[in-house]
Ligand binder design. Sequence first.
Ligand code: N01
Length: 546
Amino acid sequence: MNEVAARQDADNRTDVDVAVIGAGFAGLYALHKLRNDLGLSVQAFEQGSDIGGTWYWNQYPGARSDTEVTAYCYSFDRDLFDQWRWSQRYPRQPEILSYLAMFADRYDLRRSIAFDTTVLSATFNEQTSRWELQTDTGDRWTAQFLVEGVGLLSSTNLPAFPGQDRFAGEIYHTSRWPHHPVDFHGKRVGVIGTGSSGVQVITEVAPEASHLTVFQRTPQYIVPAQHGPLDPGLLARIDAHYDEYWRGVLDSITAFGFDESDVPAATASEEEREAVFERQWNSGGGFQFMFATFNDIGTSREANNAATAFIRRKISQIVSDPETAARLTPHDLYAKRPICCDGYYETFNRENVSLVDIKASPIVQFTERGIRTEDAEYDLDVVIFATGFDAVTGNYLKIDHRGRRGLRLRDKWSHRPRTHLGLMTAGFPNLFMIFGPMGPFTNQPPAHEAQVNWIADVVRSVRERGMNAIEPTQDAEDQWIQACDQIAYSTLFPETNSWINGANIPGKPITVMFYMAGMGSYMGQLRDAANGGYADFLFDKQPVGA
Ligand code: N01
């Protein structure tokens, strides 16, 4: 379809049909879909100097996807799937970034993206039914629709320890890694944090550093990834049944593309469970360990206990020093975002790696020479923060959104984020959040694609009906929140603290932030909304400019 050009208005603002924020997996697809398929004028804004989102910022050593890559890519373009040949099962960050760069070039997306540009505010003008955007470059834009792919895990959590400024060495955060190699040879390195980012950077840096000190607050359950070449059999099966494969991804719980178990752990004997866990340990994958072994690890205490007992035994078998093994052993539920990494526990058998339990002896301050905990001081040349993100809501709340009657998103969400379908929020018409709060807890690229396709249908529908704006009813939003809560509380996830419920950020409301009934169920909700003629939404008839 021919693309509509942007216009300059009387106030020197540039008017477009759609503004997209973010040029990662989600934003790039939104830009392509809305500009190239729907023929709308679209302008995208990206904080980074290039495309990639997560894969632009997280260039730390060891960064890679832990989703099998056949489901960590776009599905809508079969030729693209066939032409791009991934080198391995879980590609490293540079390979994923190259894939996204190729995607941007294939669809000529860069010309519509303003890089190094942060959107500071987005204000809905009720007279014109348009969003007015202000950027940090001083530019002003208006758009009828605002589509945000700002990243679920993108707003950096950088704790401020006393004395940090005095530290004479280098400080890095995994999610704001410099775009040049960092040399660790001969250096004493400290890593704070042992989540997905931490375990990847720890295993990668350990062989290089002269000494690595890991500052661990909470141990996690980590299973091997079993990286390796892509299984040619899997590729051949996808090739022969391409549409069926992707339908399966969207019909599943996790959207990871593996066969999920339908067997409750309680129906298996202890020996059978052990054999199932052992098989999965040897074939690898975090989500696989949680969802391909049995179907109730995330919902039944008995099943969960069986899984954690197995992993604890593995830790004690792998880690040779019993004290270190004890400190690495979690005792809570296995109900955080599952992690996989090859060689993590083995790393603690290295002579040059030591583990500090900062729950037992918290960090008191940074000194010029390193880090002081309550009972020791560690001399360091480099400190790596692997402390994660102000997840889910962080980046939405950094933009000063104002909806109808000047309502601020920050105020509306002060107790908890509220959306309908994880995509829209009442009082903020024509604002779409890709993977927004109360969206599915799944592998992201297939979910992005499904959500953007849904958004494109809504945009089309608004225009075809001769309307100007759409937003969910308050009632629909309330019911969605209630459903999300009910579903989440039928699982074990709310019983552990992590970024999933906001508990990792001091002062942030601890609350349900996901629709945890799985991708298949979520797809049903999207379909119902569209097939029902968007009955849960209000269309605004007010003509533009009235
Ligand atoms: O962040 P995290 P992450 N003092 O929040 C610790 C995705 N991802 O960047 O557990 C000391 O999980 C914190 O300790 P505690 C993936 O979805 C995917 O690692 O709060 N420590 C924890 O150990 C993942 O789940 C990949 O007690 C502090 C760590 O820092 C999500 O991103 C790779 C602290 C943070 O762990 C987040 O992962 C990377 C403080 N003040 C990320 N504050 C793939 O493999 C925090 N910590 C695809």
